[in-house]
Design a binder for this molecule. Structure first.
Ligand code: FMN
Length: 183
């Protein structure tokens, strides 16, 4: 069981494919991983944090701090805790921020703080995926040493057909298992 006890940060961003992250989380938990889910604000429009917190057994983190209490979530501690940082689904916007070092939310700030390997599973419409800006951003992430799980081709949520659909959770899980087996 290569995943038993492994510390994984799973970042969910604002794509229609966010529901697939629920299955991915389920697979990670079944395999014995310890998972901390981070969500962007946009992601919460697609799937509720309650789903992820229930399945992971940990509160989902999204905010830098709680206004009411002043308590804050340390991106630095999270970055040091993680043995693997996974972004699935990764939107065009989040990939753009990661590629350019922009840190306006907990996901991208923790990304810059993380010392561990990073796996990114893009999800978007085919034209967004093909855009030179996106391809350039993916090249940058690869140059940083991040692993990209190429999206699959097929029918997209928009009704268009092409490449951009986030890979299936089982495929991503397998890639994560392989990563820990190699280690
Ligand atoms: C119904 C719907 C589906 C969307 N799906 C995607 C998607 O699959 N990929 C993507 O890059 N953006 C998608 N977007 C746009 C993002 O939600 C938007 O760019 C958002 O700002 C991303 O923020 P985040 O990266 O911080 O989560 C979608 C928007 C809507 C309304």
């Amino acid at each position: 069981m290569p995943l038993r006890g492994k510390k994984v940060v799973l970042c969910v961003t604002g794509s229609i494919a966010a529901y697939k992250a629920v299955y991915l989380l389920r697979g990670l938990m079944k395999a014995g991983a310890e998972v901390q889910v981070l969500m962007t604000e946009a992601a919460k429009e697609f799937v509720t944090p309650l789903t992820f917190s229930t399945l992971s057994g940990k509160p989902v983190l999204s905010d830098f701090f709680a206004k009411s209490s002043g308590s804050w979530n340390s991106h630095v501690d999270l970055g040091q805790w993680a043995e693997l940082f996974v972004v699935a689904p990764a939107t065009a916007s989040t990939i753009g921020k990661m590629a350019n070092g922009l840190c306006d939310n907990l996901v991208t700030t923790t990304y810059l703080s993380a010392k561990c390997p990073v796996i990114v599973a893009p999800a978007m419409d085919l034209d967004m995926f093909e855009h030179p800006a996106m391809q350039e951003n993916l090249r940058k992430l690869k140059a940083f040493g991040n692993s990209i799980i190429e999206p699959a081709s097929g029918e997209l949520a928009s009704g268009l057909i092409g490449k951009g659909r986030m890979e299936e959770p089982e495929v991503i899980l397998k890639a994560i298992e392989q990563f820990f087996s190699k280690k």
